[in-house]
Design a protein around this ligand. Sequence first.
Ligand code: C5P
Length: 244
Amino acid sequence: VRELPAKERIIVALDVSNVDEAKSIVNSLKGEVGAFKVGLEAMSLGIAHEIAVWVMNQGEKIFWDGKWSDLPNTLKGAAVGLKNRFGKMPWAVSVHANCGQKAIAEVVANRGDSLVLAVTALTSLKDTDCEKIYDCDALKAVLRLLKVAIEAGVQGIICSPQEASLIKLNLKAVGVNVLLITPGIRPLGSEVGDQARPATPKEAIMWGSDFLVIGRPITRAKDRVKAARIITSEIEMALLERSM
Ligand code: C5P
């Protein structure tokens, strides 16, 4: 993944309410970014499959961000069902680490060529929330869930850019190499919106991210290609700096 070109590291979030909007975004960004993410909103609306099939037929990659969390047998069914529906697994799928090692391992066992990406503690949770749920602070919760996900054999971890360096350190300590995927990216000068602790593309890469999930700073830009290219060059420079 070290050699992966900068633009391939951008995953564009298709947070859309209709298929045409998704197609317009993908059409404008084809060849400019690495992958497109469909999530729960599109799934609830019943448009996620149509979008995903269309995007894959364009030769582009799909991250199926279903954030699965259920029993082992149910998650096996979810993975097999997705494969049957598409004829192959999408480029990446997401699961919650809190559903436990066995359930995650079922997805890993049925992943085909797909990358299984685990969410540790949701970045929307504050320390006080984690105390209530996990009886420890957010950082400890993240590290515990990270261990579960790694033991289940995931290919990547979804985390906030702020957690990336600590997670990288912990992975290094146990000699495991998995991908870090970080949302919450805001280039300098763009609107922060509802992101609580955003990082710039440069920061995210310097802190150890491999892939950046970016929505509105690209999809809502007047010129999407220009926005994507500016971010790509920022990633390129950060990668260079990181390797020195
Ligand atoms: O538009 P924006 O760049 O904020 O979109 C980010 C995408 O990443 C959205 O699809 C959002 O659901 C997802 N995400 C996030 N923050 C997290 C986890 C996921 O923004 N902590």
